[in-house]
Design a protein around this ligand. Structure first.
Ligand code: OSB
Ligand code: MG
Length: 370
C-alpha cells in the first residue's frame, strides 16, 4: 500500500425520526466521509463518527475535520504507512480525538482489504458470518409512543431492545415495557446522566431483569462505576468510559462493568477495537457493537467489526431504513426476521458506495496530499 492522498467530505442527511438521548436531540446528521487513495488508484472508505455537538464526548465533526487536516495527515505522511495495522501507532502522538483518527484508520483498513481482494471482515480476522442485531430506541414524547416503537422493533425481529433513560424518565418507562413484555431481552442506556447519589433509582431498575444498564455515570468515573456495580446485580455496560484498550483493562480490573460496548470511532478504529474485544473474550466479558447514528459506510464498518469472536451480544447495528429514507450504500443494510445481519461477500466494506448520492449531498470538502 502506498497512500497518495485522503479526502474529506461532509454530507448532510435528515434522520427519519429525531433521536433523543439524555444529552440532547439529533434530527439532522452532519456526516464526514473519509476516502483513502492508494497510488494504484484503489480507494478505501471510512466514516467519522464524531457528531454535530460535543455532548456525547468532546469531539465534533468540526474538531475532527481540523485534527485530520492539520495533524493526522502529517503523521500519516511522515510514517510512510505500508500496512493498515501501522496507522494506530503512527497516530499515537495525537491525544484523544479518537473519532477523528478512527475515521481515517477505518478508510485505510478498507483500502487494504480491497488491495488484497478480500472482504474487510475476513481481512480483520472476523469469524462470525452473521451478526446479531438489536435496536436503540430514543426517549419518546409519551409512554404510549415508546410502547408503540418497542412493538414495531420486536415485530421486526430484533434480538434486543434498548431504551434511553434520563433522570425523571427511567423506572416508569422500564416498568411499562417490562410489564407488557415479560420475556424480551431489554436494556437501558443513561448516557452518563446519573451520579452515585441516584443509587435508589439504580436499585429500582435492578428489579426488572435488564440485560444491562449502559453508562449510568460520567465517563471518567471508573471508580464510582465499580462502587455502583458492587451494589446492584444487573450488569453495568460501559460505553463513553471506554476510549482505549487500557480503559477496558482498567474497567475490568476495577470491576467497573461486566459488559463493554465497543464503538469503532470512540476507540480510534479497528486495531484498538480488535484488541479490546480479544482481551474481553479472554476475560469472559461479552462485548457488543455500539452505534452513533451512522450512515451506510459507518454501518458497514460496524458489521465487519462485529464478526470478531468476542461480539457475543446483539449490537446496536440495525437496518438502514430505521434511520434514512435512502442510505448512501447499495444495497442498504437489512436485517433478517431473526434479527441477524449477514457479513457481506463483496470486497472491502462489502457494500457499494453510492457516489452519485454522496456528491449530491456534499456541503464541504478538502483534499489532502500525503
Ligand atoms: O450511547 O449508544 C449511544 C446514538 C448517538 C450517540 C450515542 C448513542 C447512540 C445510540 C444509537 O444509542 C445507536 C445507533 O443506533 O446508532
Ligand atoms: Mg450508549
Amino acid at each position: 500500500m502506498q497512500l497518495e492522498k485522503i479526502d474529506l467530505r461532509e454530507i448532510q442527511l435528515p434522520l427519519i425520526y429525531p433521536f433523543e438521548t439524555s444529552f440532547g436531540t439529533t434530527s439532522h446528521r452532519r456526516i464526514m466521509i473519509v476516502r483513502a487513495f492508494d497510488k494504484s488508484g484503489a480507494i478505501g472508505y471510512g466514516e467519522c463518527t464524531a457528531p454535530e455537538d460535543p455532548f456525547f464526548n468532546h469531539e465534533t465533526i468540526d474538531s475532527a475535520w481540523f485534527v485530520i487536516s492539520k495533524f493526522v495527515s502529517h503523521l500519516l505522511a511522515e510514517a510512510k504507512i505500508e500496512k493498515a495495522e501501522q496507522v494506530n501507532n503512527a497516530l499515537s502522538r495525537i491525544r484523544g480525538n479518537r473519532m477523528a483518527k478512527g475515521g481515517v484508520e477505518c478508510a485505510i483498513w478498507d483500502l487494504e482489504a480491497r488491495l488484497e481482494n478480500r472482504p474487510l471482515w475476513q481481512h480483520l480476522g472476523g469469524t462470525q458470518t452473521t451478526i446479531n442485531s438489536g435496536v436503540s430506541i430514543g426517549l419518546q414524547a409519551s409512554l404510549e409512543k415508546l410502547l408503540e416503537k418497542v412493538a414495531i422493533e420486536i415485530e421486526a425481529g430484533y434480538q434486543r431492545i434498548k431504551i434511553k433513560i434520563k433522570p425523571g424518565q427511567d423506572v416508569e418507562l422500564v416498568k411499562a415495557v417490562r410489564e407488557k413484555y415479560p420475556n424480551i431481552v431489554l436494556s437501558v442506556d443513561a448516557n452518563s446522566a446519573y451520579t452515585l447519589a441516584d443509587i435508589e433509582v439504580m436499585r429500582e431498575l435492578d428489579k426488572y431483569n435488564l440485560l444491562m444498564i449502559e453508562q449510568p455515570l460520567t465517563a471518567g468515573d471508573l471508580v464510582d462505576h465499580a462502587k455502583l456495580q458492587r451494589e446492584i446485580s444487573t450488569r453495568i455496560c460501559l460505553d463513553e468510559s471506554i476510549t482505549t484498550f487500557n480503559d477496558a483493562r482498567h474497567a475490568l480490573e476495577l470491576g467497573s462493568c461486566k459488559i463493554i460496548n465497543i464503538k469503532l470511532g470512540r476507540v480510534g478504529g479497528h486495531s484498538e477495537a480488535r484488541q479490546i474485544q480479544n482481551y474481553c473474550a479472554d476475560f469472559g466479558v461479552p462485548v457488543w457493537c455500539g452505534g452513533m447514528l451512522e450512515a451506510g459506510i459507518g454501518r458497514a464498518h460496524n458489521i465487519a467489526m462485529s464478526t470478531h469472536r468476542g461480539f457475543t451480544l446483539p449490537g446496536d447495528v440495525s437496518a438502514s431504513k430505521r434511520y434514512w429514507e435512502e442510505d448512501i450504500i447499495e444495497p442498504p443494510v437489512t436485517v433478517s426476521e431473526n434479527g441477524t445481519i449477514a457479513a457481506p461477500d463483496g470486497l472491502g466494506i462489502g457494500y457499494g458506495v453510492n457516489e452519485k448520492r454522496i456528491e449530491a449531498l456534499v456541503v464541504k470538502r478538502e483534499e489532502i496530499r500525503l
